[in-house]
Each structure stands twice: as structure tokens, then as C-alpha cells.
Ligand binder design. Structure first.
Ligand SMILES: CC(C)(COP(=O)(O)OP(=O)(O)OC[C@H]1O[C@@H](n2cnc3c(N)ncnc32)[C@H](O)[C@@H]1OP(=O)(O)O)[C@@H](O)C(=O)NCCC(=O)NCCS
Length: 179
């Protein structure tokens, strides 16, 4: 085992007026809400997007835990498809509150590595945030950490997200993780 200091940044759009969307006009691009998400599909997205960024919290979730979580009316799973292929997802949690304020949380968001760097991340983030505001969110927030992708923070800030809190902790991780 080794350890690393992880910095977590909390960001938010305190109002919809702060949101700077950037929608893509690329053809063959579709974002669909998974209205009956199967645990296996949700697990595939989680691993395909996050396996190289130390997304491990849900590896212990059996199917029934996934099923119960995904069935919550406050959870929205939006999947990005490029030419019919799942390319990434954004998971919204309308019930989530941070220590200070209510709001809809972007619980998970990202692209499968093969789709990075093509302007799809800003599109999916824009669609997800717009969907949260359309559903009545007064504020959208998230946290990202230094284990996430190198452009995660920049992507949020480019869409208007404002950092409002930073924390640090030491995380132990397996040497074999390759991170
Ligand atoms: C973060 C992520 C979604 C960005 O998606 P992407 O399709 O590669 O990025 P895009 O081409 O749409 O660019 C979106 C923004 O990211 C930043 N960005 C992307 N590539 C960049 C690069 N090479 N250099 C600098 N900034 C870059 C820019 O701010 C850009 O916005 P702008 O063009 O309006 O300035 C993607 O890299 C990803 O999924 N990473 C892994 C998972 C992850 O970290 N998720 C976030 C967890 S909280």
C-alpha cells in the first residue's frame, strides 16, 4: 500500500444565471435518460468511466443495492451515446444536500476514455445541468478530487461552476492499482 494526499474541491452554480452551457451540434450525439437502468448497465458505466480514476466506492454494491438506489425518484441517470455507443454518463441526485445548502448534486459524471477530448464532456455536462434546472433545482453542486481526470475541474469552471470549499485528506491505495 502507498498513500497520497487528495484535494477535494466543491463547486456549485448558485443560480441558473451562473450557468454557461456549451451544447454540441455534432451529429449522431444523443443523451437519453435511462428510465429502467439495470444494475449491470449502471455498473458498466461506473467502471468504464471511472476505473482509471480510483472510482471504487460502489464495487461492493450487489445488484439489489444498485437496483434500490437507481429506483429512487430523486436519482436521474443520463447516458450519452455517440453513434449508438454509450460514451459517458451523468448521475443527478436531487435529494442531496451538502453541509451548507440544498441543491441537486452531480453525483457522478464522466466519459469513457476513448471519448475524451472531442468536446463531448462539455455537451453532456451542459445537458445534465440544464436537466437539473428544468426539473426545478435552485442550485447545482458537486465535488471533484485530484484523483479525477486532469480536466475535470476546468470543465466545470468553464461552464460557470464556482469553487466554494476545498478539503484535503490522505488516502491509502493499493500499489497494484496503477494510479
Ligand atoms: C472531464 C471530462 C468529462 C472532459 O470531457 P472532454 O470531452 O474530454 O472535454 P471537452 O473536450 O468537452 O472540453 C470541456 C472542457 O474541459 C477542459 N479541457 C478539456 N480538454 C482540455 C485540454 N486538453 N486542456 C485544457 N482544458 C481542457 C476545458 O475547460 C473545456 O472547456 P472549454 O473548451 O469550454 O474551455 C473527461 O475528461 C472525463 O470524463 N474525465 C474522466 C472522468 C472525470 O474526471 N470526471 C469528472 C469527475 S468529478
Amino acid at each position: 500500500m502507498n498513500s497520497t494526499t487528495v484535494t477535494t474541491t466543491y463547486l456549485h452554480l448558485p443560480t441558473q444565471a451562473d450557468f454557461r452551457p456549451a451544447f454540441s451540434t455534432q451529429p449522431d450525439l444523443l443523451v437519453l435518460q435511462a428510465r429502467e437502468p439495470l444494475p449491470a448497465f449502471a455498473r458498466f458505466l461506473y467502471d468504464a468511466v471511472g476505473h482509471q480514476y480510483y472510482w471504487i466506492d460502489r464495487h461492493t454494491w450487489p445488484d439489489d443495492v444498485w437496483r434500490d438506489y437507481l429506483a429512487l425518484p430523486t436519482i436521474t441517470l443520463l447516458v450519452l451515446y455517440l453513434r449508438g455507443t454509450p460514451a459517458g454518463y451523468i448521475e443527478l441526485n436531487a435529494a442531496s444536500a451538502d453541509a451548507q445548502m440544498q441543491g441537486t448534486e452531480i453525483a457522478y459524471f464522466g466519459l469513457i476514455p476513448a471519448f475524451h477530448g472531442r468536446g463531448l464532456g462539455k455537451h453532456l455536462l451542459s445537458v445534465g445541468v440544464q436537466s437539473a434546472f428544468d426539473a426545478g433545482a435552485t442550485r447545482v453542486w458537486l465535488h471533484t478530487c485530484t484523483l479525477d481526470g486532469p480536466y475535470a475541474l476546468a470543465n466545470y469552471q468553464a461552464r460557470g461552476f464556482i469553487p466554494y470549499r476545498t478539503t484535503h485528506h490522505v488516502q491509502v491505495r493499493p500499489v497494484s492499482s496503477g494510479l
